[in-house]
Design a protein around this ligand. Sequence first.
Ligand SMILES: *Cc1c(COP(=O)(O)O)cnc(C)c1O
Length: 464
Amino acid sequence: MSAIETPHQLPSVDRLLHDPDVAALVSDYGTPHVTRSVRNVLQLTRDQILSGQSIESKTLIDRICEDVLMAVRPSLRRVMNLTGTVLHTNLGRATLPESAIEAITEVARNASNLEFDLHTGNRGDRHKHPEALLCQLTGAESALVINNNAAAVLLTLNSLALRKEVPVSRGELVEIGGAFRMPDIMSRAGCKLIEVGTTNRTHSADFEDAISVKTALLMKVHTSNFEIQGFTKQVTESNLASIAHAHNIPFVTDLGSGTLINLEDYGLPHEPTVSEAITAGADLVTFSGDKLLGGPQAGVIAGRSDLIERIKRNPMTRAMRPDKMTLAALHAVLQLYINPTRLTTELPTLRLLTRSVEELEQLAFRLTPLVQNHCKHFQVTVEHTYSQVGSGAMPIDKLDSVAIKLSKPELRRPGKALKTLAAAFRALPIPVIGRIAEDALLFDLRCLEDEAEFINNLKALTTL
Ligand SMILES: *Cc1c(COP(=O)(O)O)cnc(C)c1O
């Protein structure tokens, strides 16, 4: 093993490329990519040597190999979501059922009848694929799937209310994470927002007063990420529908998450369902594919056929159309809803939301000693905690859950130590994401289903 102590002892780029370990990478990744890494590492190493340090030639080779591999590693990677937020927007929201993953693989690997009518042999409509199931499951006449729910709202407003007015309650002018603000969407959709009522109270008469010949539709937005409590009043969907229909205009409701089933049947808090909104008289309902529905990123517009037809004729629909993999996955997810008894086993979102505290507790007691082994300088305990649904569904309802808690009771300000600890878990082969709360790092176990994988992943943790 030779130490390199001066820059002129550094091997040439060419010699490094012929090192057996480096040459093996050349055959996988090609000369230009590997040469780039060799140059990068040589430059850094030269600076290091000039600052008085020496380096083993073996270390130099290792660095090059690591640089080559790091540069091709995908930026988008899987992680373990132990934050306690089941539908975490930053962590990809819903995880898909196996049937949906198989459906994606099938259309990804092969040609498909995406826009081809197998019956007539003529051109077909991609929007037809999920429609029948969506109608069956929601009671809607017609349905259209696009890229996401933000697009569903934008497209609905632009198609039905361009250069016209849309009254919305002041209590519903929401901002959903990631710069989706109702007033901004309205103006980008080309329609004029008419603010109605006050933040906490809006009455039917406020809507009656706001309607003019310029009014295109009435709109309700589900206040999905907060709740106003106390002296409040909202106009119900059925009242809004009656007012709208008395003036011959449609009533549109943006449910945000929305769900196709009554979650109370599964011991969860109530979340408005799409069919409830349609039964209440909504002419169109918009909702997300990857929130409580548990499917791929998508936005659904369900409701009256004549309105859906108008939306389909909007050229913007073309710019927001879903791809074949989304359509395949969505269909597989909707299929599970035909027989809801299978949902708690086969649909990950519902399976995770309905896991029992006892199951999580047992898991926590099995894992805690293993985590303690790797984190000798922290106190590792089992802690009762609360998970949340996330993505704006049921913002104030919490689900009983269990976490592994890592803390440093001897420190008055453990903030820095906890941040370092959290970073070490994020640096694992499968990054593990927890949450720091109340002077501890918590790993909520609700979304941990593969125990063996978690344990195996921990092995890469150097003692903390
Ligand atoms: C989440 C949400 C949206 C945006 O849906 P995406 O699928 O994220 O585009 C719109 N409106 C409401 C009320 C929401 O909760």
